[in-house]
Design a protein around this ligand. Structure first.
Ligand code: GLN
Length: 298
């Protein structure tokens, strides 16, 4: 038995289970278990393994086969390796958080561009793994960042990412256990609020890939019957927690731009924009809160 043979065995098992990227996923799992990079694998893939004489080798083979079985059961690859890169930074993930998506980098890049040199305070609502809050704290110009989530388990993941990625700058990012704005101080004001809230209409979730439907947290996906529940709460709450002229940036589903814009316009926000993701789909809505009584001046 060689690594090459184990790779082929894993690939075949995953393909048979209907996993889209069977070859790639088998390779990632193999490299993860053997703690190797691709170059090391290419060098030793043909070497005969000796699980009977080498206990560690036997243990790795067992672990690899176990992970292949879990992946065949459609557990997301990132929950098995425990990590996902986002904005070039290594984020830890588990089953309590949504796996950071490339789509969400569109939001982070827009904030970095529009808020360069801001020096202000940022609130990230529904932070999950902390991918938006931590990458903006790391790459942006915010003096203070608050990352809020209803899930204590998610905040534990965000905390781990905060420590590992921000290191001794970690104190600039505060975590808050809060059901939307419930625990955000009544007088607290931010220059910028970001959010990737749950936005999938409840019935649509049943039709998603098993990786998402069965393994990612429902709490992070389910936007109630029309998918818009959390945008209404954001439109209401951001008015109380943005400075006059403050910005809110939200990730949206590809078909939600008009609805979300309307909700925010109806609440008195101005300067609405929609930004597309790399696939050319509407992905981010931005709105500006003019401040009470100043609605006409913006
Ligand atoms: N974009 C995610 C998906 O399609 C959903 C993210 C969300 O609900 N915030 O699975």
């Amino acid at each position: 038995m060689t690594l090459e043979m184990l790779l082929r065995e894993g690939k075949e098992r995953l393909a048979e289970a209907g996993v889209a990227d069977a070859a790639l996923d088998a390779r990632y799992l193999l490299l993860d278990v053997w703690e190797m990079n691709l170059a090391a694998f290419l060098t030793c893939r043909g070497r005969e393994l000796s699980p009977d004489r080498n206990r560690e080798e036997g243990e790795r083979i067992r672990r690899y086969r176990e992970l292949i079985e879990q992946r065949a059961g459609r557990t997301p690859l990132q929950q098995l390796t425990g990590c996902q890169e986002f904005m070039g930074l290594p984020f830890r993930v588990n089953a309590h958080v949504l796996i950071p998506r490339q789509d969400t980098e569109t939001l982070v890049e827009l904030v970095l561009k529009e808020q360069a040199g801001s020096g202000g305070a940022l609130l990230d609502m529904c932070t999950g793994s902390g991918c938006i809050a931590v990458s903006l704290a790391k790459l942006g110009d915010f003096s203070r960042v608050v990352a809020a989530d209803i899930s204590r388990e998610a905040l534990e993941v965000a905390d781990e990412n905060r420590r590992a990625i921000l290191e001794d700058e970690g104190e600039r990012l505060l975590l808050a256990e809060s059901d939307m704005f419930a625990q955000i101080g009544r007088r607290e004001r931010f220059d910028v609020i970001t959010s990737n809230p749950p936005y999938i209409p409840s019935q649509v979730i049943e039709g998603l890939e098993p990786e998402v439907r069965d393994h990612e947290p429902r709490l992070a996906l389910d936007g109630a019957a029309d998918g818009l529940k959390f945008y209404r709460i954001l439109a209401d709450g951001c008015r109380e927690h943005l400075i006059p002229g403050g910005y809110v940036y939200m990730e949206i589903g590809w078909d939600q731009a008009e609805d979300v814009k309307r909700i925010f316009e109806d609440h008195g926000y101005k300067k609405l924009t929609v930004t597309k993701d790399m696939a050319g789909l509407d992905r981010v809505v931005r709105a500006v809160w003019p401040g009470k009584g100043e609605e006409n001046h913006v």
